[in-house]
Design a binder for this molecule. Structure first.
Ligand code: M6R
Length: 608
């Protein structure tokens, strides 16, 4: 995800900015840049690629100045390129801006600014901010920034440096983290603690709607309405590793907790005020959607499990038949691709060799290809006709968590978008489903605060050798993901079964004390799942059920029940996955495993 660093003080800012950016490298990025106020005015160096490339540029053409801002970009609007890298400036090169987040109304603002004569040099949403500040500048930078941000909608953490007032930096936060570091005769801006930890441990943490004006001698804090505020300094006693993980013990745990934001970011700008799904950049027209005869989905591992949920979502909402294939099978199985087939490739990294090959195979057979991926500029994104990006931010732990759940959000958006075009769902149901979708981030947040019982269950299962996950319908698809998660980090053997299939063979494996995790979030299938729970209980299984709040009848059959907040059955996997991720996490931790880097596995599988 993008990173911001800013410096104003008595030292040359170039190296402080560079070091700060290097501390943000772990978050993932595709380009980097700095703007520094030098004797010649505002000067920029920015480049696509690694920070080392920016460093090489700065070695060749160094910048000297006591105030500067820097950025690592993780592309969201516009491909990774020199032009799209931050900082962005106004046309007179007097104002420079770095930004994290997404400006939802950038297209409309861009149009208005172009009519006023402003020229755009990048494809980013950020560039509107630099032109807006220039447009409002009348001798007071803080006021101009305030007016500019009052026009933008979305999420932003912004740092501004201007040649008009080079002895100050202005920072603003709305729905994207930003901190202000306080030093002696110098002050700092950072999107994350690691960026400034080497220089100061005293920080102000900005809340949404707050701004800061930094000079070398002080920091003024105010609201977006211009009212000054007093804030307590927060002293950081974390070390660098802890700071990179935002205080969590591991990246996996941090990424599990990132999910409310990942959901929000993936939905942002895709649901308009009239509660319609809008997918900017989607070239698949309503007519083409109506003409689709079938959909194939291809993916590997966790992304394959997300596609299984996607199949149910799209079939239920549109009645278009969907087939899901493991990419490694699809590429060699000579798939039958008829006219009007859409193939959807799902991949967090966008670089998985089998997924790419399956996608190319589909193309060759004449299919139109769509990608759902988390990485802009990845091979899958570049080769697809259409891309629906998940905006989960970089995922560092090998075990996928927030990428999977954001893929589910992408499928809900896509399914609803298609249903809208096909008119397969009445308006009232569409609106209700969208409203429930929008509730998911806060429901996940609420859930993350109350999952202590999951840790206790992890204690119980951590010394087991075999374990079963069972479920029906979407619960079965989720059971597969839960089982993979547990296997890959705890190294405990587990299997996922369609609950109705048990009696066709696998029931023979159940014996006294065998742990069975029964997923029972699908209301229409609840009674059936309850019968399957009874079947395994009768053979001695120890059953832990996962149900929606209020489904208390399961307490009569299962040994323990974990509840997730109430939602529509179709949306339940996006909530129910959280305790299952944590179950795998705690079990692996209790067993002393390296949770972020499980044995034998790599984050990105770029070979067959
Ligand atoms: O980057 P991709 O989504 O294409 O990766 C696919 C799988 O390799 C990946 O999901 C893998 O199964 C994860 N380690 C699961 O946690």
């Amino acid at each position: 995800m993008c990173g911001i660093v800013g410096y104003i003080g008595n030292r040359n800012s170039q190296n402080i900015l560079l070091e700060g950016l290097k501390k943000l490298e772990y978050r993932g990025y595709d380009s980097a840049g700095v703007a520094i106020h030098t004797e010649a005015g505002l000067e920029l160096r920015k480049t696509k690629g690694r920070i080392s490339e920016l460093e090489t540029r700065l070695e060749a053409q160094p910048l000297t100045g006591f105030a500067g801002i820097g950025h690592t970009r993780w592309a969201t609007h516009g491909k990774p390129s020199d032009a799209n890298s931050h900082p962005h400036t106004d046309n007179d090169m007097k104002i420079s801006v770095v930004h994290n987040g997404i400006i939802e109304n950038h297209l409309q603002l861009k149009e208005e600014l172009e009519q006023l004569g402003y020229r755009f040099l990048s494809e980013t949403d950020t560039e509107v901010i630099s032109h807006l500040i220039a447009h409002h500048y009348e001798g007071d930078l803080t006021e101009a920034v305030r007016k500019a941000v009052s026009q933008v909608r979305g999420a932003y953490a912004i740092a501004v440096l201007s040649e008009h007032e080079p002895d100050k930096l202005v920072a603003v936060r709305w729905a994207s983290p930003l901190i202000i570091g306080v030093g002696q005769g110098e002050n700092f801006i950072g999107s994350d603690i690691p960026a400034i930890l080497e220089y100061t441990r005293d920080v102000y943490i900005l809340n949404d709607g707050e701004m800061a004006v930094l000079t070398r001698d002080g920091v003024e804090l105010m609201t977006l309405e211009g009212n000054f505020i007093a804030k307590q300094l927060f002293h950081i006693d974390w070390d660098l590793m802890m700071a990179e993980k935002n205080g969590f013990d591991t990246f996996m745990l941090k990424e599990i907790h990132d999910q409310p934001r990942a959901y929000q970011d993936t939905m942002r700008g895709r649901i308009n005020e009239g509660k319609e799904i809008v997918l900017p950049g989607m070239t698949l027209s309503a007519e083409q959607i109506r003409g689709l005869k079938q959909i194939h989905m291809v993916a590997c591992g966790t992304a394959y499990h997300a596609a299984l949920v996607g199949k149910t979502v799209i079939e239920r909402l549109t009645r278009i038949p969907v087939e899901v294939d493991l990419a490694s099978e699809y590429r060699y199985r000579m798939p039958v691709i008829r006219e009007n087939t859409l193939v959807i490739a799902v991949s967090q990294s966008g670089e998985t060799a089998d997924t790419l090959a399956a996608m190319r195979e589909a193309r060759q057979c004449g299919a139109r290809v769509m990608a759902i991926t988390n990485v802009i500029g990845s091979s899958v994104a570049r080769e697809a006709d259409d891309v629906l990006f998940t905006l989960a931010g970089p995922e560092i732990a090998v075990a996928s968590t927030k990428a999977y759940s954001s893929q589910l959000i992408a499928f809900y958006l896509l399914g609803l978008f298609m249903a809208q075009s096909m008119e397969t769902l009445d308006q009232a149901s569409l609106i209700e489903l969208i409203a429930m979708l929008e509730r998911l981030p806060s429901q996940v947040e609420e859930m993350l605060e109350g999952l202590e019982p999951v840790r206790q269950i992890a204690e119980q299962i951590s010394n087991q050798n075999h374990l079963f996950f069972i479920g029906r319908g979407l619960d079965y698809s989720l059971a597969m993901e839960a089982s993979l998660k547990l296997k890959e980090i705890s190294y405990i053997h587990s299997e996922a079964y369609a609950a109705g299939e048990l009696k066709h063979g696998s029931l023979a494996l159940i014996e006294e004390g065998t742990p069975v995790i029964a997923l029972a979030t699908q209301e229409l299938l609840l009674e059936k799942t309850a019968s399957n729970i009874k079947e395994v209980k009768a053979r001695g299984a120890y059953v832990i059920a996962l149900a929606l709040e209020g489904q208390t009848e399961l307490e009569k059959t299962a040994d323990q029940v974990i509840y997730v907040p109430r939602t529509y059955s179709l949306l339940a996997p996006a909530l129910a996955v959280v305790p299952l991720q944590l179950l795998a996490y705690y079990t692996a931790s209790i067993r002393g495993n390296d949770v972020d880097k499980p044995r034998n596995l790599a984050k990105s599988v770029t070979v067959e």
